[in-house]
Each structure stands twice: as structure tokens, then as C-alpha cells.
Design a protein. Sequence first.
Length: 55
Amino acid sequence: MARRITEDCIACAACVAECPVDCISEGDIFVIDEDECIDCGACEVVCPVEAIIEV
């Protein structure tokens, strides 16, 4: 499994610093590289708008 950032993202970047494998990048919203994600959930915990979901 991996995580995905939904359209609810407010681009606050709180998730970026928490990712231990640096698989989150900035676009129109932030994006998780699902092939690199290790499904640790660290990003999901810090998201202030609950825009990160498990896929």
C-alpha cells in the first residue's frame, strides 16, 4: 500500500519534512511518489486538513 495526497491539500508542506524516504514533491498540490512510499503514515499524521489517504 501507499499514501496519496488528495485535492484537499492546502500546500502547507507539513508532510514533506516528515517523509523518511523523501517521496513527496511539490506540484499544484503536493504529490507522493507511490512507488517510493513505504507506507509509514508519518505524513498523514501531520496533515492539518487530512488530505493524505491510504490507497
